[in-house]
Design a binder for this molecule. Structure first.
Ligand code: GDP
Ligand code: MG
Length: 442
């Protein structure tokens, strides 16, 4: 990862008093590689590197920083600035109803995001929200919006495939006005690729609706391709913001930088799951850390070195790497370590988003509360049961529950949680938390 490369360079640059043409060159080469690996588009990478170089050259290194550290700081800062500093919520400063137009390729996540935004507007901003679908090409799309709108607790304005999108738009805005809606969210037809007819259609919708927000919805997993899509939508519409979806996927997160650079508008939200609450305000600074492969690694390192039993973490990491099964004993060890580190949820906050999303924040909160009880249950198991949890059937469950003074359901729940953790461990094998701990343990 870039973090590895940078820390190596930071070491080699120790003892030099300022950033020079020579020492900056090698460092920026690594940054360039890392950005390309993170799927940032080439022209965007070039611009970015040039900007960092201009700022870095000749810069005095202050205080106790080495030039290497100073440069890493500069790269991080510039990356954050490029992705947008601070968070930008939806602009609703207009005569109601404030219209929000959703644009993007088919499958980008427009319909899902429409409902997520509806929920956000209702819960966080106390607005009365109406949604409408202009996707007349696929009857299922209109039904889909109806379903997710209901989940969001918003109202849905009916449309049918035999209507024209412009007529739908007019009727919806009229309805929104007459019934005092604060916001009208307009979902639109997808395009599989840039398509002139559909582009003309959304332009006409834009002219009719005069939306206060025109959001470009783009799939983060698109990586390099995001740049062409962004260009086309930028050329067709006066965009006001971006929603970057599927950040929970395996993408390297580089699309954020490309899309931000191409559109020149803020990334307002990130989609982090298929579920209706899987929407986050986009935080450029945090995301910069993710793209750099650092998460809040610095904070994590401090906490981890303070309290984790690195030897056992290393053992577990080795074991997982070797493909050995994750047992209830390992689970128990995990629980104790996480508790030492100030609880699961605080640890999860510090992990790169993709890992944290896999772990599931809610699930972690609950786990923390139940930790003591879980330990009691595991202690009531025999060593064999801990190694082979699949042996634990009804009779054993009853005995274990009796020993721990809990209901059988709690034993079941623990076994379920164990299985989830085991699945997570499988996914994290060779990467993620254990690898990080191992690295820090030398
Ligand atoms: P549309 O064609 O642009 O309206 O896209 P949809 O809203 O129908 O979404 C396409 C697919 O992507 C669906 O299966 C969604 O559940 C999924 N999806 C949308 N946003 C996200 C997200 O943030 N994370 C994940 N994992 N899936 C998403
Ligand atoms: Mg759709």
């Amino acid at each position: 990862t870039l973090a590895d490369r940078l820390s190596r360079l930071v070491k080699t640059m120790r003892g030099q008093a300022r950033i020079t043409e020579d020492n900056v060159q090698e460092m920026l080469r690594e940054v360039r590689m890392a950005l390309l690996e993170a799927d940032v588009a080439l022209p965007v990478v070039r611009d970015f590197i040039q900007r960092v170089k201009d700022k870095a050259l000749g810069q005095e290194v202050v205080g106790s920083l080495t030039p290497g550290q100073a440069l890493v700081g500069l790269v991080h800062k510039e990356l954050a600035a490029t992705m947008g500093e601070g968070v930008a919520d939806l602009n609703l400063a207009t005569q109601p109803p404030a219209v929000i137009l959703m644009a993007g390729l088919q499958g980008a996540g427009k319909t899902t995001t429409t409902a997520k935004l509806a929920k956000h507007l209702i819960e966080k901003r106390k607005k009365k929200v109406l949604t409408v679908s202009g996707d007349v090409y696929r009857p299922a799309a209109i039904e889909q919006l109806k379903t997710v709108t209901a989940q969001a607790g918003a109202e849905w304005f009916p449309s049918t495939p035999d209507q024209k999108p412009l007529d739908i738009a007019r009727a919806a805005i009229d309805h929104a006005r007459r019934h005092y809606f604060d916001v009208l969210l307009v979902d639109t037809a997808g395009r599989l690729a840039i398509d002139e007819v559909l582009m003309a259609e959304i332009q006409a919708l834009h002219a009719e609706l005069k939306p206060v927000e025109t959001l470009f919805v783009v799939d983060a997993m698109q990586g390099q391709d995001a740049i062409n899509t962004a260009k086309a939508f930028k050329a067709a519409l006066p965009l006001t913001g971006v929603v970057l979806t599927k950040l929970d996927g395996d993408s390297r997160g580089g699309a954020a930088l490309s899309v931000r650079a191409i559109t020149g508008v803020p990334i307002k939200f990130a989609g982090v799951s298929e579920k209706i609450d899987g929407l986050e305000a986009f935080d450029g600074e945090r995301h910069a850390g993710r793209v750099l492969g650092m998460g809040d690694i610095v904070a994590l390192v401090e906490e981890v070195t303070k309290s984790v039993d690195l030897d056992s973490a290393k053992q577990l990491a080795d074991k997982l790497k070797a493909g050995d099964a994750f047992t209830l004993d390992d689970f128990l060890m995990q629980l104790s370590q996480m508790q030492k580190m100030g609880g699961l949820s605080s640890l999860m906050d510090k992990l790169p988003a993709q890992l944290a999303a896999k772990a599931g924040a809610d699930q972690m909160d609950r786990a923390e509360r139940d930790m003591r009880r879980m330990r009691g249950i595991i202690h009531s198991m025999t060593p064999l049961e801990r190694r082979k949890p699949e042996l634990i059937k009804a009779t054993r469950k009853k005995r274990i529950a009796g020993g721990a003074g809990v209901h059988v359901q709690e034993v079941n729940r623990l076994l379920n949680q164990f299985e989830q953790m085991r699945d997570m461990m499988k996914k994290m094998r060779g990467g993620g938390l254990m690898k990080m701990m191992k690295r820090m343990g030398g």
